[in-house]
Design a protein around this ligand. Structure first.
Ligand SMILES: O=C(O)c1ccccc1N[C@@H]1O[C@H](COP(=O)(O)O)[C@@H](O)[C@H]1O
Length: 207
């Protein structure tokens, strides 16, 4: 079974709809570099709308350590997701389990970074380049998904209901994560797109 995370929520109705549909995790973006940025009070309201057994993840990107600590103490996400040039020690410093995003848009330059995060609960391989913000629907060649890493790998970048079956068959990820493929505009989710994406993932036989 391929796990599913929908990311970039800004509206309570959307996050509740995603949970009802059966996603494993929901994400909120708390770096001011993003068009989907939510502040602490919005994030608390969104988190409080998430039912039991659905994980909450907060995404940051080269943000001040003090800001990340404030998120941890007030929003209390189940996991952090780092998208910048943070080191393994910097990611671990907040005392919360984390995913590290690896910018696969870099080409071969991404390969050393895949082994630089032994403390990460999982790695999220995204289509954007190093230093660029994600969430823009940029994909990478799914055949480049490594096969020899111990950590669970999450595939991200440009996934939609129309391409996710092929992506899963090619990359064989632990899970998939997306934002723009289930939106009408940044931060505004579309229930029909969320439903179609889930059905497309569930239709792929497990390995
Ligand atoms: O969503 C954002 O605005 C964002 C900002 C900075 C870094 C990452 C961001 N989004 C993440 O990028 C991937 C893929 O998104 P998409 O499906 O291609 O739109 C996903 O993990 C988003 O959460």
């Amino acid at each position: 079974m391929t796990r599913i995370k929908y990311c970039g929520f800004t509206r309570i109705d959307d996050i509740q709809a995603a949970a009802q549909l059966g996603v494993d995790a929901v994400g909120m973006v708390m770096t001011r570099k993003s068009k989907r940025f939510v502040d602490i009070d919005q994030a608390i309201a969104l988190r409080d709308a998430v039912p039991p057994f659905v994980s909450t993840v907060v995404l940051v990107m080269d943000d001040d350590a003090a800001w990340v600590d404030e998120i941890v103490s007030r929003v209390r996400p189940d996991m952090l997701q780092f998208h910048g040039t943070e080191t393994d020690a910097e990611c671990a410093a907040h005392g919360v389990r984390y995913l590290k995003a690896i910018a696969m848009g870099e080409g071969e330059g991404a390969l050393p970074r895949l082994r630089a995060y032994p403390g990460a609960a999982g790695l999220l391989l995204d289509g954007h380049g190093l230093g660029e913000t994600g969430g823009s629907g940029q994909r990478f060649d799914w055949a480049r998904m490594p096969r020899d890493l111990a950590q669970p790998l999450v595939l991200a970048g440009g996934l939609t209901a129309d391409n996710v079956a092929e992506a899963i068959r090619t990359a064989r990820p632990w899970g998939v994560d997306l934002s723009s493929g289930i939106e009408t505009s940044p931060g505004l989710k579309d229930r029909a797109k969320m439903e179609r994406f889930l059905a497309a993932v569930r239709a792929v036989p497990s390995a």
